[in-house]
Design a protein around this ligand. Sequence first.
Ligand code: CO8
Length: 262
Amino acid sequence: MSFENIILETQNNIATIFFNRPKALNALNNALFDELDVALDQVNANKDIKVLILTGKGDKAFVAGADIAELVKMNPLQGKYFSRKGQKVFSKLEELPIPTIAAVNGFALGGGLEAAMGCDFIYTSNRALFGLPEINLGLIPGFGGTQRLARRVGITLAKELIFTGKNINAQQAFDYGIVNKICDHEKLMEDVLKTANIIASKGRVALRSAKEAIQNGLNTDIETGCKIENDVFGLTMVSEDAKEGTTAFLEKRKPDFKADLY
Ligand code: CO8
């Protein structure tokens, strides 16, 4: 499948998916979701990729939401299917076994914030704006936003943001714990790549195991979560990466992680 609404680039163990509809501020339409779905499968199948970055083309927007022009033409059933498609694709993103970073380069509104929250963490441009403004359109978030925002910032703050539909700037998003780092607009990708390269220098097995333990433990009680961690820890310990990492420490050298999962 050739992509028209996104771009997938891979360099040095790091893949970047660009939302690529800058004239419509990278609004999410049906075709874009189909392409993103395929691109995520390609990233997952490529054993050289250790980190995925999501960002937007153009200088203004990460993603300004679902494509409202497409949305208004939908009947209720089409709207329900569109919402479900978006939810499934963002769940696929969230469940990708490798670390994912959203580099928010501008507006991250509605479906844009929902896409960013499907990533493991968010770095933002100091110029970005965040929000779930669907209420202003007589709608509600439909790509997982009611669930993911509440889990990220807590129930009461999520309710205020969703009920008012107000946008917040990068500093507020940082204060609320939505983003990990605010970067100068021009340095956003440089900062994101710096962190992505640090992550990519680690072992594949341990990276995947850490994500698996965190993700699978999230919606359980602490005891069940620790049992999940315990099982994943045991499996990680028998990996070549673990052998290499611990041996390298004792031999006072840098580890050379090579393990292939497949
Ligand atoms: N959908 C379609 N086109 C868009 C969107 C969008 N979400 N956002 C911007 N555009 C288009 C504009 O129509 C405009 O196109 P044109 O040049 O052809 O007129 C172009 O992008 C540039 O936009 P503006 O001229 O408006 O740029 P400004 O800098 O003046 O404003 C804003 C930027 C503030 C981001 C403004 O464009 C805006 O408010 N956009 C809409 C934001 C929004 O409401 N997002 C939420 C959308 S709903 C959603 O995400 C629901 C998800 C769940 C759906 C469930 C499925 C059923």
